[in-house]
Design a protein around this ligand. Sequence first.
Ligand SMILES: Cc1ncc(COP(=O)(O)O)c(C=O)c1O
Length: 398
Amino acid sequence: MNIDAIRQEIPALATCTYLNTAGIGPSPRAVTDTIVSLYRQVEAESPDLMARHLEEFTRMDETRRAVAAHWLVDPDEVALLRSTAEGFNLIGHGLRFRPGDEIISCVQDHPAARAIWTVMARRYGVIVRHFDLHHDRDAGAVLEDLQSQVSARTRLISVSHVTSENGFKVPVRELADLAHSVGARLILDGTQAVGQDRYPLAQMGVDFYVAGFYKWALGPFGTGAMYVRRERLGEIEPALVGAGGTARFDAATAAFEPDPTSRRFEFGARPYPLYPAMAAGLAFVDRAPLAEIAERSLGLADRLRQQVAGEPGVIDFTPVHRSLRTGMVGLAVRGMPGAELCNRLRADGFIMRDNRGPAGIGGVRVCCAFFNTEAEMDRLASAVRSVARASAGVAAIR
Ligand SMILES: Cc1ncc(COP(=O)(O)O)c(C=O)c1O
């Protein structure tokens, strides 16, 4: 992998030390060029290029096929989305819940994957149980915790494949087996997973997988995709509907027949130029073998962590077990609010985000993407050590 050449293709990397790919991925030139050229085409040729929904222009089928090839699933099992929350809402409103049904949801999940379960609780009397992915857990402890919560009433286990706080990667196959053992379904939020590694969803036993593609997959903001296992399609009523997504629509009665594939979930006007651009982002990360990308990210993360390990005042809340780690690192400085640590590091040119951390003080989330460099990790480690020492010095004087 020629990292210098890759970095040349991502213009933002020339202007800052970008460590917030879990917030939004920096666009490769090919992504922005695709968007610009398609909007220019509409401007130059005809505005109704957008409204005629022709594959020659929208390339929705082509993008669906690219996503399906990436996940090793069938294109008919893929719907293109605008956001993660859209996918969770489609599944939540589409499943038919009864009072007393139970959903198990993870406290580290993003609101995009959680708020909908509160709606289901209010509307249908569903009971939502919560579990915690503490950073020192191993896969066995995670499963034990969930095992103690599932029952014949469980309808759904809902969790991030990789959490946004510190990149905790859950053991998917085991979770799917557990859900299926009580007749429940597994829905994963793959937003922080897609683009970090390659995941064969059908083989992993997932029922529903929803992912934003504008982070590690380097697509444009406001794009995503959802996988619905073919056998589960009939369990989800199309509940968010409009023009599109139908095989037939009766103008006299508004009766409609949903599209027989996951395309039934794509309703309403879509920002078409963003989807070929999303495919361009995926092609960019897919070009380097993704297993190599994942190893490189883990290596960069390890390098950073080793350099702050043992530094008094620095707390590392990255997942302890390597098989559950990704390219994300959670760091805190004892006694310092996460926002303050984040601002100090930003003042030194490190773009990152503050984060919920252990002991309620918060910390920062460092994203070690494959295009980041060893030198960036070394400079950040040194900056974190300096902040921790200065903070300890101030505390000592007080
Ligand atoms: C795990 C996870 N899910 C979802 C989102 C965002 O969801 P949406 O695209 O609906 O805004 C984020 C980050 O912003 C995230 O980290």
